[in-house]
Design a protein around this ligand. Structure first.
Ligand code: 2P0
Length: 325
């Protein structure tokens, strides 16, 4: 039996990925930059069926102890088809995954899921891929998964298939407070909303050029170890992403009144000397970056808005067990 188990963590982007130039290869319209977290991991085992004697013609996928939906299983199978193509194999697999993110926190992400699956599947199918190629492979499952191969701060490059991978960047030490204001399932998936934005927003071309500018400025700020500049870019860029999403037809609005109240509270805290900056993904929950020495004060200050969790920089996806038995 050939099995491998990998663990990966979600990431939160400070410069966002929103829009594809190639939907099949999952190539982004612009680069992005994120922080891999040290909480809410996904742990995934891939066991090849041939050697188990199960000899089936389908992959099976279970998530948190239950058989996954047909949609989720189909997405795993399409991903494994790519791995099998690289490995020259037709063997099906049994995939077992657990995700430690609290339901609805907006962190049960496809990023940790496909980063763990790519790492485990590559090992189980005997592919010898370096971290860069694992990042490219994970990208084919979900764009943001390319960044969860990397420890801490990661830049994911736009470009063609060979050049669109994530790699580490040095930057300021920071913590993040995640404020979960609403645990409801989002109405429109990121994937569908990205497509709608690209097809219908009159502002989409400006979003692409402004993201390129934000990323260049962010890389400079990281190289200068300048937390203030990193924070300012993070917050203004997040609001630009939500602005372009709101400009779709029909419109999509992910931020809730409480999300906006968190942005306002963080701006007020800055005035009082607690230097923090907000961002939000395709949902109402808010992630706030802060210097390590002010992290606990920030967590306490935001506790009234929802459940709060203080997290730090974590590891990129790792194989935690592999072997033929
Ligand atoms: C990001 N998001 O940069 C942005 C910000 C959500 C908001 O990457 O279609 O699940 O699988 O490539 O990776 C979510 O997008 O989309 C995302 P697909 P993915 O984190």
């Amino acid at each position: 039996m050939t099995t491998a188990t990998a663990r990966a963590y979600p990431n939160i982007a400070l410069v966002k990925y929103w829009g594809k130039q190639d939907e099949d290869l999952i190539l982004p319209v612009a680069g992005s930059l994120s922080l891999t977290l040290d909480a809410f991991p996904t742990t995934t085992t891939v066991a090849l069926d041939a050697a188990t004697g199960t000899d089936t013609d389908i992959d099976t996928f279970s998530l948190n102890g239950a058989v996954a939906s047909a949609d989720a299983t189909g997405r795993v199978t399409r991903f494994l088809d790519r791995v099998r193509e690289l490995a020259g194999s037709e063997t099906r697999a049994t995939v077992t995954s657990t995700n430690e993110a609290p339901t609805g926190a907006g962190l049960a992400s496809s990023a940790s899921g496909f980063a763990a699956l790519a790492t485990a599947a590559a090992a189980a199918y005997g592919l010898d891929l370096d971290r860069r190629d694992l990042s490219r492979l994970a990208r084919r499952g979900s764009g943001s998964a390319s960044r969860s191969l990397v420890d801490g701060l990661a830049v994911w490059h736009a470009g063609d298939d060979a050049h669109s991978y994530a790699e580490a960047v040095a930057g300021p030490d920071m913590r993040m407070v995640i404020v979960t204001v609403d645990t409801a399932q989002k109405a429109v998936s990121s994937r569908a909303a990205m497509r709608r934005t690209a097809l219908t927003s009159p502002f989409f071309p400006a979003w692409i050029s402004s993201t390129e500018e934000s990323l260049a400025a962010m890389l400079e700020a990281c190289a200068a170890d300048d937390f203030t500049r990193v924070g300012r870019i993070t917050e203004s860029h997040a609001l630009r992403m939500h602005a372009v999403i709101q400009s779709c037809d029909p419109p999509i609005r992910y931020l809730a009144p409480t999300s906006v109240a968190v942005f306002d509270a963080v701006a007020a805290l800055r005035e009082q000397g607690l230097e923090a900056y907000s961002t939000a993904d395709a949902g109402p929950n808010v992630a706030v970056i802060v210097r390590p020495e002010q992290a606990e004060d920030l967590r306490d200050a935001l506790a009234g808005f929802g459940s709060v969790r203080l997290v730090g920089a974590g590891d990129g996806a790792r194989l935690i067990d592999a072997g033929a038995t």
